[in-house]
Design a protein. Structure first.
Length: 105
């Protein structure tokens, strides 16, 4: 788990640059999956998607509207490739996901 990825773009950017991943399986809801796969592709990650929905979500109309804006933002990001909020040293995927967690354990 990446505790410093604050958006889909940042999480996928960090997946490639911090965790040195070349491939990924992205598990998310339908409305989000297409954008996540697009961003991964633009960042040079080989990604496959898996849907994670078994029910309707109460706030889905809000998420659908938010997704429209997020798609525009991520499209722009994949044109200019800004660095994420936090980068840092590489982290092995063989380590605990808590290594990125700043909260006390």
């Amino acid at each position: 788990m990446d505790h410093a990825g604050f958006s889909t773009y940042e999480s996928l950017y960090r997946l490639k640059e911090i965790f040195l991943a070349e491939r990924a399986i992205l598990v998310t809801q339908t409305y989000h999956l297409h954008r996540a796969l697009y961003v991964a592709s633009r960042l040079g990650l080989h990604a496959m998607g898996a849907l994670a929905e078994r029910q309707a979500y109460a706030g889905q109309p809000y998420y659908n509207q938010r997704e429209y804006v997020a798609r525009l933002k991520d499209f722009a990001y994949t044109l200019f490739f800004p660095k994420p909020t936090y980068l840092g040293e590489t982290i092995s995927l063989k380590q605990s996901g808590n290594i990125t967690n700043d909260k006390p354990r």
